[in-house]
Design a protein around this ligand. Structure first.
Ligand SMILES: Cc1cc2nc3c(=O)[nH]c(=O)nc-3n(C[C@H](O)[C@H](O)[C@H](O)COP(=O)(O)OP(=O)(O)OC[C@H]3O[C@@H](n4cnc5c(N)ncnc54)[C@H](O)[C@@H]3O)c2cc1C
Length: 371
């Protein structure tokens, strides 16, 4: 990548190998690393940048992955920490509902992300950390935080919930949930995802996910109620300490944004560049559960394959990408969005959700899946 002061698109010499690549991937999380690897395996010359100094750190995730991804990703074995078999839902901390079949795996996200980046590098991707995207000009040239710039025929925006690329093409996430999570010692091992639903948690829920001898205890809420994150999480932590399930120590604190507004437009153009969005940048996180690792990996891989096919002359490849993502995720995202909005609308009309309202808004209950 050439070191130069920011230049306008007209000044970029697109024949200069030092400044131009086939595919630029912005963000090296699960979506970006998967996209970059797939595009490179398809024969493209791929560069990827991430503003983080190190792959996967800091971890901003509860680290639960449904079984599906485990079947798709060899690297998962390295990152696996414990299996999960079921889901237990606590409604207002009074009623309890068990869903015996909810298989998945708790992973170490730092190790998972690092494994995906290593696979991308092995496939030939030039990965650069500690360099962010500052913006993209109207000619599709990416301007980086170190003052360099890159021109690419295809740009894959895998830069997370507050995607700069998504914003540049007018397809940014418009609805976000905010989160707070602590890691605590786990005193009584278990193999479920514990979910806590309450009318006091508008636009979200709390979770306790086991990871060997520790657990991730977290809470997500719509931004209007972000001031409740700490007090509600502290109260839940104290309850679980009283029950002897977890220790009182807080081993780490994290948080982050989750896109909850549903799928964005996946394919755009910026000047001569074709732009694809994947993962959180594409709004593929489930608006109810907040789960997005699986969709990030799958959409990233499909975006990378589409980029390589497009470069090889397949004119339909990018449209096919959008259609495939819609086919795989469209239905579940649309349902989750509808359920989330139904529940939030109760707060707007000053109604406190009842336990049945909360159950209709959660995936463990039949009403969630009803027409
Ligand atoms: C607290 C919390 C708990 C969660 N728990 C779960 C869970 O248990 N299971 C699950 O499936 N999902 C969970 N999620 C969601 C999941 O973490 C995301 O869906 C997933 O990380 C999406 O992957 P991604 O690659 O699209 O985005 P990210 O993982 O966000 O990666 C985006 C990358 O882009 C980089 N980046 C951003 N902006 C720029 C820029 N301008 N220039 C360069 N690089 C940039 C970032 O540094 C980052 O590395 C959780 C999210 C949060 C916040």
């Amino acid at each position: 990548m050439a070191r130069a002061q920011a230049r306008s698109s007209e000044e970029v010499d697109r024949t200069d190998d030092a400044q131009v690549c086939d595919v630029l991937v912005v963000g090296l999380g699960p979506a970006g690393a998967s996209a970059a690897a797939a595009a490179a395996r398809g024969g493209a010359r791929v560069w990827a940048v991430d503003r983080k100094v190190e792959a996967g750190r800091p971890v901003q995730c509860a680290e639960f992955v449904p079984r599906l991804v485990g079947m798709e990703i060899a690297d998962l074995a390295e990152a696996r920490r414990q299996d999960v078999t079921s889901m237990t839902t606590y409604i207002e901390q009074a009623d309890t509902h068990d869903q015996p079949h909810f298989p998945g795996v708790m992973i170490d996200r730092a190790s998972f992300d690092a494994g995906l980046v290593a696979a991308a590098a092995t496939a030939g991707v030039q990965c650069r950390f500690g360099v962010g995207l500052r913006g993209i000009d109207g000619g599709g040239v990416a301007h980086l935080t170190d003052g360099t710039w890159i021109g690419a025929r295809i740009i894959i925006g895998a830069d997370g919930p507050r995607s700069v690329i998504g914003k540049a093409v007018g397809a940014e996430n418009t609805e976000i949930a905010e989160t707070r999570q602590i890691t605590v010692p786990l005193l009584k091992p278990f193999a479920a995802t514990d979910i806590f639903l309450s009318a006091a948690m508008p636009g979200g829920y709390a979770w306790l996910f086991p990871k060997g001898d520790v657990a991730n205890l977290g809470l997500g809420l719509a931004p209007t109620w972000r001031h409740r994150l700490k007090p509600l999480l502290d109260a839940l932590h104290s309850d679980l300490v009283r029950q002897g399930r977890v220790g009182g120590d807080i081993l780490s604190v994290t948080g982050g944004a989750i896109p909850v507004g549903g799928m964005r437009r996946l394919v755009s153009t910026l000047g001569p560049a074709t732009v694809l969005l994947a993962g959180d940048a594409a709004g593929l996180t489930n608006p109810v559960t907040g789960a997005g690792i699986a969709s990030a990996v799958i959409s990233g891989r499909l975006a990378g394959e589409a980029a390589a096919a497009h470069l090889a002359g397949d004119r339909d490849a990018t449209v096919d990408y959008a259609e495939e993502i819609e086919a795989v995720f469209g239905g579940s995202l649309a349902r989750a969005l509808e359920r989330r909005r139904e529940l939030l609308s109760l707060y707007v009309s000053d109604r406190t959700p009842t336990p049945s309202d909360l159950m209709k808004g959660w995936i463990a209950f039949p009403d969630y899946w009803a027409a």
